[in-house]
Design a protein around this ligand. Sequence first.
Ligand code: ATP
Ligand code: MG
Length: 421
Amino acid sequence: MAKNIQAIRGMHDILPEQTPIWQFVEQNLRDVLAAYGYSEIRLPIVEKTELFKRSIGEVTDIVEKEMYTFDDRNGDSLTLRPEGTAGCLRAGLEHGLLHNQTHRIWYYGPMFRHERPQKGRYRQFTQLGVETYGIASADIDAELITLSHRLWEKLGLSDQLELQINSLGTSEERLVYREKLVEYFNQQPELLDEDSQRRLGSNPLRILDTKNPAMKELVENAPSLVDFLGEESKLHFAKLTSTLDSLNIPYVVNQRLVRGLDYYSKTVFEWVTSALGAQGTVCAGGRYDGLIEQLGGRANHAVGFAMGIERLVLLLEARTDLDIKAPVDAYLILSGEAAEKAGPVLAEQIRSEVPNIRLQMHCGAGSFKSQFKKADKSGAQYALILGDDELANNVIGLKFLRNNDEQKTVSTEDLINFLQS
Ligand code: ATP
Ligand code: MG
């Protein structure tokens, strides 16, 4: 027998029994984004490889070793998007959205990175990306954090997530700091692991982001970037923290927070949980004022974040108090040829007259017993029963599947009134 073809490692199916939690998250995302007046943008999943090299940076983990890159039939090098910021900026530049305007936009969809799959880390995963353009002041940085905070409240996850913030200053300030940092690490190069030795030449700030416990002390004693921030960067950060204070949003200033990508300046932040091991960051972002110019546009301001939906879903799946509705409210049971013929007409009438009802009609005949089993399994509250007797008397049986109320026999009109209420 031929071997079954299986999904690609690190790329998962989300089965019907799992989608209700996803829909719950997605509905709340949309509601919260709408509450702040953000608009959706829809972007291609594939872009020119050059776009990611130029925006994310050649010496980042993503570009060095995680991208799904291939030549298409014309010989152009294309890449499955590993993140959304680059494509969003590309679209903004292409359609003239980034000059003399402000924008607040979001996108949602799959991203692809060739990483080692484990819990909370996949090769295809889903991100919500939120980007704002054209605003220099820290009020927008604070708004993005506030928006994500509101989402945790709606999802009931506030108590599991900690907000960490930091300022990376300007690129000039970072350049001075970078020298000091390299000097510091060069005093004891033998304490650096292999990854960090490589980064020392290319991207020494990333060493601060190491997850290697053996380097904890070394990193803790490294010079701090805050000591190298200029007046303007300091004020910007102070405005952010004072807004968060006035909104009672708790945060921790984490001076080692540098983020994996090259393009950030000033504000960076992460929402972190301790419930998912090393995959603890569920949402991360910051300000990337230099990137638009780097991509060939006129200098402009930008702040955004990306949220990993699989990690949120893992947190929600672990909760027992979550009341996720079954996909069916009522299940229509049909017995006998005449009922099977009348069934679709009745079902359509109910769907037309009872707004938002989720009615599943039994298909494929079968005994009452087997139909009741299916009704129960569907999660429906009610079984609606149409058999020869009911048809003859112009009534419908109404059985309550989730409580002990007695079964009733009602007219179509009464049934519809009941379902409407
Ligand atoms: P990490 O430190 O976990 O590798 P990152 O810095 O690479 O994260 P970003 O590029 O900032 O992550 O992406 C934003 C968010 O997207 C992450 O905080 C995480 O929630 C999610 N994410 C990133 N990579 C993956 C992945 N391979 N699988 C699942 N979720 C991911
Ligand atoms: Mg990563």
